[in-house]
Ligand binder design. Structure first.
Ligand code: HEM
Length: 285
C-alpha cells in the first residue's frame, strides 16, 4: 500500500470513529435549528418552479432582518449606557448583514418578468410593504411614521410591538444623547422629546457632530459611532435603490401588489435617510 493510500485509510477510520450516528436520545443539528419548521415553510401557492426563489429570498431577508433588530436593540442600549466600544462591533455586524441583503438582489434578478407573471396572482394583496420587521428596523433607526401602524390593526401583538417601538428613542436619538453626555451642546428638546414624532434636522445637533469631526482625536469614539451610523444609512439606501431597480426590471411600471404606484413609489422612498446631520455636515467641513 502506498503512503497516500495509507494516509487515506487512516483518515477515513478517524472520521468514522468520530461520527456520532445515534440521535434517538440526543439533540441533532436539525433539532437544534428547528429545521422541521424552517424547511416546511416554503409552500408554493401556484406550484410554479420560480415561486420557490421568490419565497426563499423573502424568508432569508426576514431572517437577516431579525438579526439586524437583535443587534440594533443591543447596540442602542449600550449607547444609552454610554458604553460605545462594544456597540461598534454590533453596528459593524449590521453593515455586513446589509451587504448580504444587497447581494440578494443579484439572485432575484434571475427572475424574468414572464416567470414572475406566472405566479404574481397567487400573492393577492401581499407585499413587502407589510413587512413588520422592515418597519421595526426603520423605527429603530429613526424613520418614524405613525400612519404605518394601521397595516397591523388586525394583528394586535404586532401592532402593540410597533407602537412601543414608535414611542421609544431611536438609535440616532441615543447617539444624540451620547453627544450631550460628552459635554457637547444639544437643544434640550432633542434630548427629551415625543419620540414618536418624525426626526427633523437640527442646527445644534449638526454643530455638535461638526465639533466631533473637527477634533477627531479628542472625540474618537463619537467619530467612530458617527461613521458606523453613516455606513448603516448608506447601505439601507443602497438596498432600497437595488430593490427599486430590480422591481423595475421585473414588473416595469405596473402598480405593486400592496396597492402603491410600484416603481414610482419605490423611487420616492429611495431618498429616505435617517441621520440627516451626519450627511449635511460634510459640506461644512
Ligand atoms: C419580484 C420581486 C419583488 C417585487 C416585484 C417587489 C415589488 C415591490 C413593490 C411594487 C413595492 C411597493 C409596495 C407595493 O405596492 O407593493 C414593494 C415594497 C417593498 N418590498 Fe418589494 N418587491 C420584490 C421583492 C422584495 C424582496 C425580496 C424583499 C425583501 C424582504 C422586498 C421588500 C420590500 C419592502 C420592505 C417594501 C416596503 C418599502 C417601503 O415602503 O419603504 N421586496 N416591493
Amino acid at each position: 500500500m502506498s503512503n497516500s493510500e495509507k494516509h487515506e485509510q487512516s483518515q477515513s477510520k478517524a472520521t468514522e470513529s468520530a461520527i456520532h450516528c445515534d440521535f434517538s436520545k440526543e439533540m441533532s443539528y436539525g433539532d437544534y435549528l428547528q429545521l422541521d419548521k424552517v424547511l416546511s415553510s416554503q409552500q408554493r401557492l401556484s406550484g410554479h418552479h420560480d415561486e420557490m426563489l421568490f419565497i426563499i429570498i423573502h424568508q432569508a431577508s426576514e431572517l437577516w432582518m431579525k438579526l439586524i433588530l437583535h443587534e440594533l436593540e443591543a447596540a442602542r442600549l449600550l449607547i444609552q449606557q454610554n458604553n460605545l466600544e462594544p456597540a461598534f462591533k454590533m453596528l459593524a455586524r449590521v453593515s455586513r448583514i446589509q451587504q448580504q441583503l444587497i447581494q440578494s438582489w443579484d439572485v432575484l434578478s434571475t427572475l424574468t418578468p414572464a416567470e414572475y407573471m406566472e405566479f404574481r396572482n397567487s400573492l393577492g394583496r401581499s407585499s413587502g410593504f407589510q413587512s413588520f420587521q422592515n418597519r421595526l428596523i426603520e423605527f429603530m433607526l429613526g424613520g418614524k411614521q405613525t400612519k404605518l401602524l394601521t397595516v397591523y390593526e388586525h394583528q394586535p401583538e404586532l401592532h402593540q410591538q410597533l407602537s412601543q417601538s414608535l414611542h421609544e428613542p431611536s438609535l440616532y436619538d441615543a447617539a444624540i444623547m451620547a453627544l450631550s453626555l460628552r459635554g457637547l451642546e444639544v437643544d434640550k428638546q432633542y434630548l427629551k422629546r415625543d419620540w414618536s414624532q418624525e426626526y427633523k434636522e437640527n442646527a445644534s445637533v449638526k454643530a455638535a457632530w461638526l465639533t466631533v469631526y473637527q477634533d477627531v482625536e479628542r472625540y474618537w469614539d463619537l467619530y467612530e459611532l458617527a461613521e458606523k451610523l453613516v455606513d448603516i444609512d448608506s447601505r439601507q439606501q443602497q438596498w432600497r435603490f437595488n430593490h427599486m431597480v430590480t422591481v423595475e426590471r421585473i414588473i416595469g411600471f405596473k402598480p405593486g401588489t400592496g396597492g402603491s404606484a410600484g416603481v414610482e413609489y419605490l423611487k420616492h422612498v429611495v431618498a429616505q435617510r435617517y441621520f440627516p446631520e451626519l450627511w449635511s455636515l460634510r459640506t461644512d467641513l
